[in-house]
Ligand binder design. Structure first.
Ligand code: ADP
Ligand code: MG
Ligand code: ZN
Length: 466
């Protein structure tokens, strides 16, 4: 190649489909209870959510309003007209042969959300409303089972018809860590809105990443003259990964898939467009379905539900019901209470903590307790906020400051010294070796003149490592 070294480099291209189950009282199109977790199978069903012929769906107004609020919180446009469509496909979890979903007129579109401390924006393509399907439980028959030594599948219709919001991004991610942060943001926002518990482990929030690798050829001329050729075209294929049922596997599953595709591209081949499943036991992705391009859902407008028309007044009313959102609150806490971004981030992680903190500020006025002291106390001592009234908390702080157990300035100085003197240990800890923390705590205790609670020392070390 004319003395040039051709090296293939890959840039991951990732787009996400996230499903969030709403915690409305009733299901999306019938009056059955929506909460199904841990309930006896098939006890919360009716002709509508079983998909019996002739049953008529009646849309859940609250669910639709919540879907729109999610759209608003994700900076979407809310079109004044919207409708439901039938998405036709055959699968045993959907006996009526179609899912009521939204096709070309979703409730919300063209939004965005910022990650990496506002360094990057992820575009949100659409937010739409649909119904959940029944839950399939795959079993294997033991000696005493009716179906011996065979696989069989049970169906639980309690989940069928539960309101589901789907949030689809543009393929704007290029690494797994950002995906995780985005997911945490989505979870935080829907919890702030109080529309879903969004617990991944309980299937209330589900993630399907679409992953491909963009090939950039870096032509190296002799020394270090690198000219990456980046094209804005998307790769010709994408792989959808399903079954990521836990936060802790989000990065693992995506990184596994990136490596798998890179190896195929290294061999000069193109990965197959397909749906793969994350196998938690083996920690790999496995092929589930290919021929993805063959899917044709034959969407058409749902004839049993008239289209929706919103007025500006109605949308304004919904917007007025939104709480202050996490990013705004974080910014305000830093400005208004003079907190570090680290402290403000912890206090705004959950809206309950943030509200508690502000209540405590109100009752601490005229008592010489500063917001900073309150923040320190909540973050370092981690009191049980559900069992302590803000007034009590403030009294505890006043009592603690009278006995002056912790000289915070001194503690901080010692912690910083220990961090500087133990660079190797600190590095190990940052790489994930949690055991090193005990060592660091030990070093701090040795240097401290007073007795300080281990948890406080630990928090102080963590804070100084940020
Ligand atoms: P489909 O019609 O197969 O569902 P879409 O174009 O609607 O495909 O996209 C579904 C998701 O896949 C979106 O989140 C989108 O951002 C993402 N996506 C599209 N093309 C790619 C690609 N080449 N690589 C990774 N993700 C992609
Ligand atoms: Mg799709
Ligand atoms: Zn029902």
């Amino acid at each position: 190649m004319d003395g040039e070294i051709m090296k293939q480099k890959y840039e991951p291209v990732i787009g996400l489909e996230v499903h969030v189950e709403l915690n409305t009282k009733s299901k999306m199109f019938c009056s059955c209870k929506a909460e199904y977790f841990g309930k006896k199978p098939n006890t919360q069903t009716c002709p509508v959510c079983l998909g019996l012929p002739g049953a008529l769906p009646v849309p859940n107004r609250t669910a639709i309003e919540w879907c729109i609020k999610i759209g608003m919180a994700l900076n979407c446009d809310i079109p004044l007209e919207s409708k439901f469509d039938r998405k036709n496909y055959f699968y045993p979890d959907l006996p009526k042969g179609y899912q009521i979903s939204q096709y070309d007129q979703p409730f919300a579109m063209n939004g965005s959300i910022e990650i990496r401390n506002r360094q990057k924006a992820i575009r949100i393509r659409r937010v739409h409303m649909e119904e959940d399907t029944a839950k399939l439980v795959h079993e294997f028959g033991n000696q005493n089972a009716k179906i011996k030594d065979q696989k069989y599948t049970l169906i639980d219709f309690n989940r069928s018809g539960v309101p589901l919001v789907e949030i689809v991004t543009e393929p704007d991610f290029d690494n797994a860590q950002d995906v995780k942060e985005y997911l945490q943001k989505i979870q935080q926002i829907v919890r702030y809105l109080d529309v879903s518990e969004a617990d991944m482990e309980k299937g209330m929030m589900r993630l399907e990443p679409n992953i491909s690798l963009h090939v950039t050829r870096n032509t190296t001329h002799g020394k270090n003259n690198v000219s990456p050729v980046t094209s804005h075209l998307l790769p010709s294929y994408k792989v959808e990964v399903k079954n990521i049922n836990s936060f802790k596997y989000v990065e693992k599953a995506i990184n596994f898939e990136i490596d798998r595709q890179a190896k195929i591209l290294d061999e000069g081949k193109t990965p197959v467009q397909e749906t793969r499943g994350w196998d938690e036991k083996k920690q790999i992705t496995v092929s589930q379905r290919s021929k993805e391009e063959a899917h044709d859902y034959r969407y058409f407008p749902e004839p049993d539900i008239p289209p929706f028309e919103w007025t500006d007044k109605k949308l304004l009313e919904l917007r007025g019901q939104l709480p202050e959102l996490p990013s705004k609150k974080l910014e305000r806490f830093i400005k208004e209470y003079n907190l570090s971004s680290y402290d403000a981030e912890i206090l705004t992680r959950e809206i309950q903590t943030a509200d508690y903190f502000e209540e405590a500020i109100t009752v601490s006025k005229d008592r010489n307790v500063t917001p900073k002291q309150l923040a320190n106390y909540i973050i370092n001592r981690k009191p049980d906020l559900e069992k302590t009234l803000p007034v009590q908390l403030v009294q505890n702080i006043i009592a603690a400051s009278k006995t002056a157990t912790v000289d915070e300035k001194h503690l901080e100085k010692v912690v910083q010294d220990v961090i500087i003197e133990n660079t190797k240990a600190v590095e190990d800890y940052k790489k994930g070796n949690e055991k090193v923390m005990m060592f660091l705590i030990g070093q701090v205790i040795r240097k401290l003149k007073e007795k300080v609670d281990v948890n406080i020392i630990k928090s102080e070390i963590e804070r100084n490592l940020k």
